[in-house]
Design a protein around this ligand. Structure first.
Ligand SMILES: C[S@@+](CC[C@H](N)C(=O)[O-])C[C@H]1O[C@@H](n2cnc3c(N)ncnc32)[C@H](O)[C@@H]1O
Length: 277
């Protein structure tokens, strides 16, 4: 089974079991209004202040939300952008999103294959956003490929803001780590039923068995290197070495050739003009 199929199977299953909980897992049962309110709260707390600090406009013509789930935060974006392309690997999540969000017609809900953004042309988007998604990707390559794709689809001067797990520190005790490592090893060996059964026997949630839940942690330096090599200019990286590492910046207008000469004052001023969105 391909990685796309494995991720899709798991996320479709989580959506069927309890979509709101597996999206916002800090609460077991959600009232829909409270769940959607948490999306706007996260927008006000995690998105707006960063964009303001980085001198990036919070509105625009076209944006992409990668891993939108049932659209917890999508309405916050749809109020500010002319068009939102809300992407997710799970058809079950997207069908719930369509049922919940019946008002407004500027959001397009689209299922993706979970490994690239081939449905989008290069340079076609003003802003790309992703939260609580990269942290669930089963390996680092998937996350690197997605970040590369986010930069490809941005127009020069377009902005990105995404979160990933930038911490390799264990978040549970040795017993918990051992239990999950057995469950995850079975999942990785494609013994999914056995992996889930083992989780149940150990008193763990079988829906979170596997690497599509406990995804790869990534060294923030590697993300910076990748972003810069793909014409990205990082304006803020916060929460470094924590599970909530955020990376915000813009796609450069120009890629200057390597030069042995220090740029003159006038060249630096011109360069600065290019930084203004
Ligand atoms: C924890 S939820 C977060 C949803 C949303 N970002 C939010 O904050 O409300 C993770 C979402 O990412 C989606 N997802 C997981 N792996 C994905 C992938 N490889 N490509 C696109 N979406 C993915 C899942 O289907 C799920 O809807």
């Amino acid at each position: 089974m391909s990685m796309t199929k494995a991720m899709r199977r798991d996320w479709d299953g989580r959506a069927r079991k309890n979509a709101l909980h597996y999206i916002a897992s800090w609460q077991q049962e959600w009232d829909l209004d409270a769940f959607l309110a948490s999306g706007e709260e996260d927008y006000q707390r995690l998105v707006l202040p960063v964009l303001q600090r980085c001198g990036i406009s919070a509105s625009g013509k076209a944006m992409v939300e990668l891993g939108c789930g049932v659209g917890r935060m999508t309405s916050s974006f749809a109020r500010r952008h002319q068009r939102v392309l809300a992407l997710d690997i799970s058809a079950e999540m997207l069908s719930r999103a369509r049922q919940i969000h019946t008002e407004g017609n500027n959001v397009l809900w689209v299922r993706v294959d979970g490994v690239d953004l081939a449905c989008l042309a290069s340079g076609s988007v003003d802003f790309v956003f992703s939260y609580l998604v990269l942290q669930h990707l089963p390996n680092k390559k998937l996350a690197f490929d997605y970040i590369q794709e986010m930069l490809r689809i941005l127009r020069p001067g377009g902005a990105f803001l995404f979160q990933f797990n930038g911490s390799h520190k264990p978040t549970m005790n040795l017993r918990g780590r051992l239990a999950w490592s057995v469950v995850d090893a079975l999942w990785s060996s494609k013994l999914v039923r056995l992996s889930r059964a083992t989780a149940s026997i150990l008193g763990l949630d079988p829906a979170t068995a596997g690497r599509s839940w406990r995804g790869a942690a990534i060294d923030p330096d590697k993300i910076s290197e990748l972003v810069r090599s793909k014409s990205g200019e990082i304006r803020e990286m916060s929460g470094i070495n924590t599970p909530m590492t955020w990376c915000c910046g813009i796609k450069r207008f120009f890629d200057l050739a390597e030069t042995s000469r220090t740029p003159s004052g006038k060249e630096r001023r011109l360069w600065h003009v290019g930084r203004v969105i």
